[in-house]
Design a binder for this molecule. Structure first.
Ligand SMILES: N[C@@H](CCC(=O)N[C@@H](CS)C(=O)NCC(=O)O)C(=O)O
Length: 216
């Protein structure tokens, strides 16, 4: 199995953490792809993933799985270990609902700010920038942080009582937000800060401390 990764970016980091939670990092071949150099825009890669995004998971039988949530579902069901996508109808629904909110309110929002209001992946890749749209999404990211702060005042994890892929999504989104576009989690988001510290202490998240985002 191959995992096409780009360390320090939120969606591939979601896969890395999911694999680490399952103790399965050593069971995949990791291929680093430098998005700043446009290494995902080759004809060969587009055939594997027409969406031209990382992460991508390639099975030994040649099947290519893109979309981080789909890859996480595969990892959760293929490898032993703690459940990441919930158990039972209600919990699975809550995990999917909250992880989607994590994508919309944090990962995708900070992504839009990064692509439109910062140099993003560089002039050759960011050819359709709209600064106003980007700035709007910086505000959306901050609203998302306030939303998850409120959620975490009443429950220990993003989707409820148990750690899940919803936590992974929000965690990686916040890390990226602070590391590169420098949109910081506000100090008054105390529940979110405390939750983030707890999640960062999980062994699966250790790599975040030494990650330097690849750039040109
Ligand atoms: N919906 C996709 C989004 C993946 C995505 O946007 N990945 C970013 C890195 S975090 C990417 O590959 N961007 C490439 C580009 O913008 O050219 C998923 O869930 O995997």
């Amino acid at each position: 199995m191959k995992f096409y990764d780009s360390k320090g970016l939120p969606n591939p980091d979601r896969v890395r953490i999911a694999l680490a939670e399952k103790g399965a990092l050593d069971q995949v071949e990791i291929v680093q792809v430098n998005l700043w150099k446009g290494e995902h825009r080759t004809v060969e890669f587009k055939i594997k993933n027409p969406s031209v995004t990382i992460p991508l998971f390639e099975l030994d039988n040649g099947i290519a799985i893109s979309e981080t949530t789909a890859i996480t579902e595969f990892i959760d069901h293929h490898f032993e270990g703690i459940p990441l996508t919930g158990i039972g109808a209600q919990e699975r629904a809550m995990v999917h609902m909250m992880q989607r909110r994590g994508e919309q309110k944090i990962v995708d929002a900070i992504g839009a700010y990064f692509h439109h209001a910062t140099p993003g992946f560089g002039a050759e890749i960011e050819i359709n920038q709209n600064r106003e749209w980007g700035e709007l999404h910086k505000l959306k990211t901050l609203e998302g942080m306030a939303y998850f702060d409120q959620v975490l005042t009443t429950q220990p994890y993003v989707a409820g009582e148990n750690f899940s892929m919803a936590d992974i999504t929000v965690f990686t989104g916040l890390n990226f937000s602070e590391a590169y576009p420098k949109v910081m989690v506000p100090a008054d988001c105390k529940a979110l800060q405390a939750w983030r510290k707890r999640i960062s202490e999980r062994p699966s998240c250790d790599f975040v401390k030494e990650t330097n985002i690849q750039t040109l």
